[in-house]
Design a protein around this ligand. Structure first.
Ligand SMILES: [Zn+2]
Length: 374
């Protein structure tokens, strides 16, 4: 069993991961911060100062209220638990965001690299808003908070080789700093420490998607590996929600050429052609198939950028076809729109998790043996 570090205090989250940052501004929004540069304290601030950092050669030039403090390799703003900082990227230009707890700045591959050293629950709050939106119900926030915590702990070492825990992109979990809806912190507190485990007490892969179209998918049909908790279920809660249905027109010739060239599907055979032009799914299928040729629907979805694999095809006229699809996303685990509907109908977060994930338990993360060092 691998030993596991329990992040009761802080996580290292790389922020603005996808951007090549050359210059930014930073000021204290709450609390008192010490500014450390290459290990020495160079300033202290309660919000009266604006700090500007600009990449010059392979160092960071630090200014306090337009006065140069110096050039450094590594700058860290370290504050008390309730501290928060406002960060405004100047190059590239981006809107102000608020980050809680500590922030560090270093030069990495010719650009500035920002790491938010953040208390776990503050990070979970930010992810909850990024994933659930800022106008949701408390009950839905609770569900997303538990999934965000489960994902964070299960993937805590995802970027360890690069020197941080998780990035702030969907590659890990979307995180844009402190949430705007402060009631999210109530949902975090209410679900404090709770994570979802499978029947072997392993943290689950907390997959979710926008809309299931009325039926969720099996993990082996999407990701290739079977789990006891990502099982296909009928989901009536999602069917009247905004992303339940979609349509896409396509030229018949384009569709058949795609199948032939990309998948060697035998479109020259009438029977095969007929199947391809009148493909139907009442329940989720995994392949478009004819005799020995099986085309994975997940590949079709990816190649044609369809909202889901849960589609049927009909001919509109001799030149074109219509994809009529259900749902949005990979279809695994929780359907967000269905879960929101369940919240409206009065279901609790525990009902929702047990509906969308099978054979699971909710436990406190401190009870997991494998958190402890061996
Ligand atoms: Zn990542």
């Amino acid at each position: 069993m691998t030993s596991f570090f329990i992040p009761t205090e802080t996580l290292q989250i790389r922020i603005f991961t996808h951007l090549k940052i050359n210059a930014l501004q930073c000021n204290v929004n709450a609390g008192t911060y010490k500014v450390l540069a290459d290990g020495q304290q160079v300033a202290e601030s309660k919000g009266e100062s604006i700090f500007k950092m600009t990449l010059k050669n392979d160092s960071i030039e630090l200014l306090q209220n337009e006065k140069i403090i110096g050039s450094f390799k590594y700058i860290k703003f370290t504050g008390e638990d309730l501290g928060e900082l406002k960060v405004k990227l100047l190059n590239p230009d981006r809107k102000i965001r608020t980050y809680q707890n500590n922030l560090s700045f270093a030069v990495n591959e010719n650009y500035l690299r920002l790491i938010n050293e953040v208390i776990l629950d503050n990070y979970i709050a930010g992810v909850t808003e990024a994933e659930a939106g800022s106008r949701s119900t408390q009950e839905f926030y609770k569900v997303q908070a538990i999934l965000a915590r489960t994902f964070a702990l299960a993937h805590i070492n995802k970027h360890v080789i690069e020197g941080f825990s998780l990035c702030d992109q969907v590659h890990c979990q979307a995180y844009y700093g402190k949430p705007k809806d402060l009631t999210i912190f109530n949902a975090i507190e209410y679900t404090k420490g709770k994570v979802v485990v499978d029947d072997n007490l392993n943290l689950i892969v907390a997959a979710f998607h926008s809309n299931s179209g009325g039926q969720t998918a099996n993990s082996e049909d999407v990701w290739g590996s079977k789990t006891n908790y990502l099982r296909s279920i009928n989901d009536s809660f999602s069917v009247k929600m905004p992303n339940a249905r979609w349509e896409r027109k396509m030229l018949t010739e384009d569709w058949l050429t795609y199948l032939k060239l990309k998948h060697n599907y035998p479109t020259e055979i009438d029977e095969a052609k007929n199947i391809a032009l009148n493909f139907k799914q009442d329940a989720r299928k995994v392949f478009l198939e004819c005799n020995n040729t099986k085309v994975p629907l997940k590949n079709i979805r990816l190649d044609l950028q369809l909202k889901s694999t849960f589609f049927s095809i009909s001919e509109i006229n001799k030149d074109s076809i219509l994809f009529r699809g259900r749902g949005y996303g990979h279809g695994l685990g929780m359907c967000q729109e269905g879960a929101m509907k369940m919240c409206k109908l009065g279901y609790k977060y525990t009902d929702i998790l047990n509906f969308y994930y099978k054979n699971i338990q909710l436990i406190d993360m401190s009870k997991l043996n494998f958190f402890k060092d061996e």
